[in-house]
Write a protein that binds this ligand. Structure first.
Ligand code: ADP
Ligand code: MG
Length: 322
């Protein structure tokens, strides 16, 4: 069995034009799970991780709008809620799809935490807009009363809260999940881990972990998960069949098999969108540098073919000569 970490992008759960209803999420997940179930049936030891952008965005909006009547939980608690929600959805739909293929596995969704450094420069300069839009006077009040960093959104008018996006340093459940898999439990379980990049926590001097209001890039955490588990392959699944150079031009070149050095060159040249494709490529290259064998970026329909070397963007570690 080859150990495979699949990172599902936001669109595996919710499409861009969806409202985010539960029925839409179920429908979308049902399009996603056949490829995953097929990989398990084919003998891969599967670990799933996923994004949570649209889901945590909705929870935040719900919390803010409900605030006069129900106290709004902090953002790290909403992260936990979104992990529960999405993990539950993956569990129900993936198990059903596995059963159709007569494969017996329990999908175990963890509410997981990711340690970040309180000294990460991101905390001094929050950059990610989250939640609803505020008037200038309400924005000033949130800044004063809650210490929020607020910034105007020139395109949509109004003010939004900015939160930091620190680098994930340590995935807290790593050792436990690694032991589980090394003991052979991958033949019985499919772990769903570090959803939304994991709940961001910082370690206090007492050794206790404290949740912080921040967002963690799920692609960066996916790399961390993949090498913490000594996975063979990291597959980042998104809404495009692969990475392209000249993306957005009339004639993009879709990359198939590409070596790490060439891909790194394209990355430095700015071929990959910041905050979209670039973090995936960075994650893949980081995984290969830290001992991973293979990195794939593709969409759900192409995933099985990509793993068979016939679709998607595929990068393999180049063995050091000697
Ligand atoms: P996810 O939720 O899967 O992380 P993102 O929107 O963050 O999705 O990233 C996928 C998007 O990256 C694609 O929809 C595409 O618009 C964008 N993108 C930017 N640069 C490139 C590129 N060079 N090749 C392919 N896609 C790119
Ligand atoms: Mg993304």
């Amino acid at each position: 069995m080859t150990r495979l970490v699949v990172a599902l992008g936001g669109n595996a759960i919710q499409r861009a034009h969806d409202h985010g209803t539960w029925a839409e999420s179920v429908r979308q997940m049902r399009r996603t799970v056949p490829a995953l179930a097929e990989l398990v049936r084919a003998g891969h030891e599967l670990v799933v991780t996923h994004g949570n952008g649209p889901q945590v965005g909705n929870l935040l909006r719900e919390a803010e709008l409900g605030a006069p009547e129900v106290p709004a939980p902090p953002m790290h608690v909403l992260d936990a809620e979104s992990e529960g929600q999405i993990g539950y959805l993956i569990a129900v739909e993936l198990e059903a799809e596995l059963r159709r293929r007569r494969v017996s596995r329990t999908v175990v969704a963890l509410v997981g935490r990711t340690e970040v450094s309180p000294r990460d420069p991101a905390f001094r300069r929050p950059t990610k807009p989250v939640g609803r839009f505020y008037s200038a006077s309400d924005a000033r009040r949130r800044a004063r009363e809650d210490g929020w960093v607020m910034a105007p959104d020139p395109q949509r008018g109004g003010w939004r809260r900015l939160v930091p996006s620190p680098r994930p340093r340590r995935w807290l459940e790593a050792a436990a999940v690694r032991r589980m898999l090394d003991a052979g439990l991958g033949a019985h379980l499919v772990p769903v881990v570090a959803g939304g990049g994991g709940i961001p926590v910082v370690r206090e001097r007492s050794g206790r972990y404290r949740g912080v209001d921040a967002v963690i890039d799920k692609d960066r955490t996916a790399a961390l998960v993949a090498y913490a588990l000594a996975a063979d392959t990291l597959a980042i699944v998104t809404d495009v069949p692969g990475a392209a150079i000249g993306f957005g031009s009339p004639r993009p070149t879709w990359l198939g098999a590409v070596d790490p050095a060439t891909l790194g060159g394209y990355l430095r040249r700015g071929e990959f969108g910041e905050g979209s494709m670039a973090p995936k490529i960075e994650a893949g290259l980081a995984f290969l540098r830290r001992g991973g064998r293979r990195f794939v970026v593709t969409d759900i329909p192409s995933l099985p073919a990509a793993l068979a070397g016939r679709a998607g963007t595929r990068v393999e570690r180049t063995e050091p000569r000697g």
